[in-house]
Design a protein around this ligand. Structure first.
Ligand SMILES: *[C@@H]1O[C@H](CO)[C@@H](O)[C@H](O)[C@H]1NC(C)=O
Ligand SMILES: *[C@@H]1O[C@H](CO)[C@@H](O)[C@H](O)[C@H]1NC(C)=O
Ligand SMILES: *[C@@H]1O[C@H](CO)[C@@H](O)[C@H](O)[C@H]1NC(C)=O
Ligand SMILES: *[C@@H]1O[C@H](CO)[C@@H](O)[C@H](O)[C@H]1NC(C)=O
Ligand SMILES: *[C@@H]1O[C@H](CO)[C@@H](O)[C@H](O)[C@H]1NC(C)=O
Ligand SMILES: *[C@@H]1O[C@H](CO)[C@@H](O)[C@H](O)[C@H]1NC(C)=O
Length: 219
């Protein structure tokens, strides 16, 4: 009798160890497959015609936009492969004017790979079309700001150890309020955010399903 109960206890312990090992494996898998979207921000933004401290006609007629885009991979153990990064700039007029956003410029940053925890900057000039410069100039010179909008669309895939995940669409944007120096009002970088709720941990559902799979297997 005692032999029998002893054997039962051993089996129970063995089973417990098995469950624990599976649980830890699932947890480890979930932790190592978790990904965070890269952080994108506009550090600088300049439109020469709206710099009211510069009266020269060359500056007034210089419709070239300057921007400084910052991309950061915040993961310490995964790389990010960016596809072509498509940027679209819009003019939105003075904040109290319900002017519809008007596309004024496109720019495409070539695809590249970004290593663990790395930052990248893209400082570029892009020709603008169709900005109502007179209205915008009038607005900024009377102490208002004018709003521009930037939208970024790209496809990213994550490198985990030596393999890549499938591509995910990254779609983010932000409004940029520009003052009478032709620069964005906020000196700090403007973080580009997704319009819909962020799915920071894109692979969380996968991790969760692995955990559930093991649970179902055990019950
Ligand atoms: C705006 O114009 C002034 C006067 O020319 C110049 O000193 C300043 O650097 C310009 N601002 C920017 C951001 O280039
Ligand atoms: C630019 O023009 C304004 C008004 O026309 C004037 O007050 C200002 O001194 C001028 N600035 C420069 C740098 O010439
Ligand atoms: C036009 O403005 C850009 C900054 O937005 C500047 O880099 C460029 O040199 C200017 N071009 C001319 C011809 O002044
Ligand atoms: C807003 O749009 C209207 C009509 O398109 C235009 O008359 C006005 O100047 C615009 N305002 C600004 C600040 O650009
Ligand atoms: C931006 O690209 C779109 C699609 O390629 C095009 O229809 C539009 O005219 C472009 N706009 C500017 C300002 O270049
Ligand atoms: C970016 O633009 C290029 C050229 O217009 C297009 O082929 C590509 O599909 C765009 N990428 C995304 C993610 O929208």
């Amino acid at each position: 009798m005692s032999d029998y109960s002893h054997g039962g206890g051993g089996c129970f312990r063995c089973c417990c160890n098995f469950i624990l090992t599976l649980g830890l494996t699932a947890l480890f898998l979930w932790l190592s497959l978790r990904v965070t979207k890269p952080s994108c921000s506009i550090e600088n933004f300049y439109l020469p015609p709206l710099n009211t401290t510069d009266n020269s006609t060359t500056t007034r007629n210089n419709h070239t936009l300057y921007f400084d885009l910052r991309l950061k991979n915040e993961m310490k153990d995964k790389g990010v492969g960016y596809g072509a990064i498509n940027l679209t700039f819009f003019y939105g007029g003075a904040p109290n004017n319900n002017n519809n956003s008007l596309p004024i410029a496109n720019y495409s940053v070539p695809s590249f790979y970004q290593g663990h925890g790395k930052k990248a900057r893209r400082k570029e000039l892009v020709q603008t079309y169709g900005v109502p410069w007179e209205a915008a100039y009038r607005a900024v010179s009377t102490g208002s700001t004018v709003t521009f909008r930037v939208r970024l669309v790209t496809r990213v895939r994550y490198k985990i150890l030596f393999w890549y995940t499938k591509r995910h669409t990254l779609k983010v944007g932000a409004n940029l309020d520009v003052n009478n120096y032709g620069e964005k009002v906020n000196k700090k970088g403007i973080r580009l955010k997704s319009g819909s709720p962020e799915h920071f941990h894109r692979l969380a559902p996968l991790g969760l399903s692995i955990v559930l799979y093991f649970l179902v297997l055990l019950l």
